[in-house]
Write a protein that binds this ligand. Structure first.
Ligand SMILES: [Zn+2]
Length: 567
């Protein structure tokens, strides 16, 4: 008797192989039988059967770059990721884990997370009680409590603060490096998936000073990387900075990968750079390969969408009108003199070179239409759309940053170029930053963007390849044991969706963080079921209360992925 039988699905197995129609049988959380419909399907009966006729069954998506560390303590669903088919997340990225900890580092780490990852400090304080210390103790807090599988890196900046106290902005002494290495060994032993770190120029702590890892010298990075080598199923995550990557940082990433004998993934390819830098950035992978190392870039398989409502208030003369109470604001907007003044303010801003922010074909209303397209529909000027539609109803605006090839905007050609980059072997899809910067963006939705926009609408990937890039590829990179594919013996982490309708909903504002703080939240269309370890965690867009997620521990739930080496 099976626990679950999914019948007649179009199976896309995560390996890139052509889809087949058939059945998948699950027992004790694992896939125990698969059979093509033409061969009669799986004959065994089951406690629960899902008729998947007309639907695609794929492995659950593995989102390798999230910051769900804190949210995991209050939100067992790690929303909204599972709504988009995500069944496994990795957190503790960029050097910012919330363990290991000592009491005197709690406030610093909390303020650092709030600043660097855009998490509301009220929520961090109102949410969990920050009483854990060792990495293992913290993992114990989450064990058996999450809907999805989750693994976490030990963060360099956090460990550096624990070891160095207030001296985090100085170079570490040999003793301090040794203490950090010992703490990392202990954390990896307890199940941390690897080491994360950052030299990102924008990464500042609660006081606005560089995060601790930015004061590390190469010998410190390499000492920590060497410690990773001693632990099975581990990996490295890093941020080399924004824009072009300097030669010494390219060399550092190669050296870290070699020292650890593990792949190193860095983010974020292209990022919000105003000029195309991805070709130069990808040479870091070539340099690594030439030296026997393995370095890959994470790329967000979408354009970046950032909330930009404050853009208008910062325009000359706009703030005083925008901030009026509703009725008064609408009255003011009806006054031709006020309208002329606001127009003049925009013109002045444009002359000062803020024009980039006023590309109205890259500014979206909440319903996903751009200001330019609404203006075209109404036969008016884009500024009239602001004065007649946006400001009267205080509608939030979102600015699109056309990732990788900004000068090409959102043209079809730009999507073709992005598709080519996303298919490059030096690139892994991810970089959602889910759980971070929650008030200005929501890229946790990238799986349904890939399936709806990139696969169905734009044909940048076949369905099989789009699925593989989000499942089999990340599973192999991180050595996630028996995950990322549909095969007998694999964990039954699955998503069932309608390939003809799957898409993301536009992000909306929700005030549902602890303390009532705001976040952006996008649901999905066309995702019928999301299954973790054989249990349904999402049914037609609604989370069930099931918490079958496994807390992924290195060496237990992961296999060792080595690099070719320095021969
Ligand atoms: Zn990050």
């Amino acid at each position: 008797m099976l626990d679950l039988l999914i019948r007649g699905a179009r199976i896309v197995d995560g390996t890139g192989a052509s889809a087949t129609t058939g059945d998948v049988g699950v027992r004790d959380g694992r896939i125990v039988a698969t059979a093509a419909s033409q061969k009669g399907g799986v004959g065994e009966s089951a406690h629960r059967t899902i008729d998947a006729d007309g639907l695609v069954l794929a492995p659950g998506v593995i989102d390798v770059h999230t910051h769900y560390d804190v949210q995991a303590l209050w939100d067992p669903g790690l929303t909204p990721s599972p709504l988009h088919g995500v069944t496994t997340v990795i957190g503790g990225n960029c050097g910012f884990s919330i363990a290991p900890l000592v009491p005197d580092a709690v406030d610093y780490v909390m303020q650092m997370m709030a600043r660097v990852e855009g998490m509301p400090i009220d929520s961090l304080e109102a949410g969990p009680e920050w009483t854990w210390q060792s990495f293992g103790e913290w993992l114990g807090r989450l064990d058996g409590r999450l809907a999805v599988n989750a693994g976490f890196h030990a963060g360099h900046s956090t460990m550096r603060r624990v070891v160095m106290g207030d001296a985090v902005h100085e170079a570490a002494t040999p003793d301090q490096i040794e203490a950090m290495v010992a703490l990392l060994h202990e954390s990896l032993q307890a199940g941390a998936l690897g080491l994360s770190s950052s030299l990102g120029d924008a990464h500042t702590d609660g006081d606005g000073a560089p995060v601790p890892s930015r004061s590390a010298r190469p010998d410190e990075f390499l000492a920590l990387a060497r410690a990773v080598r001693d632990h099975a199923g581990t990996s490295l995550e890093f941020i080399p900075g924004m824009g072009e990557i300097s030669d010494d940082r390219i060399a550092l990433m190669t050296d870290m990968s070699l020292a650890a004998d593990r792949p190193l993934n860095w983010n974020l390819l292209g990022s919000a750079s105003p000029t195309p830098v991805y070709e130069q950035q990808l040479t870091s992978a070539d340099h690594a390969a030439a030296h026997g190392a393995h370095v890959v870039a994470l790329a967000l398989p979408d354009v970046m969408r950032l909330r930009s409502s404050r853009m208008l208030t910062s325009m000359p003369g706009w703030g005083e009108v925008v901030s009026l109470p509703d009725a008064e604001r609408r009255t003011a907007l009806a006054d031709p003199a006020v309208r002329d003044r606001l127009r003049a303010g925009l013109d002045a801003a444009r002359e000062r070179g803020v024009a980039g922010m006023m590309q109205w074909d890259l500014v979206e209303l909440p319903d996903g239409r751009t200001v330019a397209s609404v203006a075209a529909e109404r036969g008016t000027d884009p500024v009239d759309v602001l004065l007649d539609v946006v400001v009267p109803d205080a509608l939030p605006l979102t600015t699109i940053f056309p990732s990788l090839v900004p000068p090409m905007g959102m043209t079809d050609e730009s999507w073709e170029v992005r598709g080519e980059v996303w298919r490059d072997e030096r690139v892994v899809l991810g970089g959602s930053d889910a759980g971070a910067h929650v008030d200005i963006m929501c890229h946790a939705n990238y799986p349904s963007v890939v399936l709806g926009e990139l696969v169905r609408r734009r044909n940048l990937f076949t369905l099989e390849e789009g699925v593989r890039q989000m499942t089999g590829v990340p599973a192999a990179l991180f050595g996630l044991r028996d995950r990322g594919v549909i095969a007998e013996g694999a964990h039954a982490d699955l998503m069932l969706f309608d390939a003809d309708t799957v898409a993301s909903e536009p992000a909306e504002e929700r005030h549902d963080l602890p303390g009532g703080a705001l976040r952006l939240y996008a649901g999905a269309i066309g995702v019928e079921q999301v299954i973790v370890g054989g249990e349904t965690i999402v049914e037609r867009g609604v989370l069930t209360d099931a918490v079958p997620g496994t807390l992924l521990r290195s060496g237990v739930d992961t296999d060792t992925v080595t690099v070719p080496g320095n021969h």
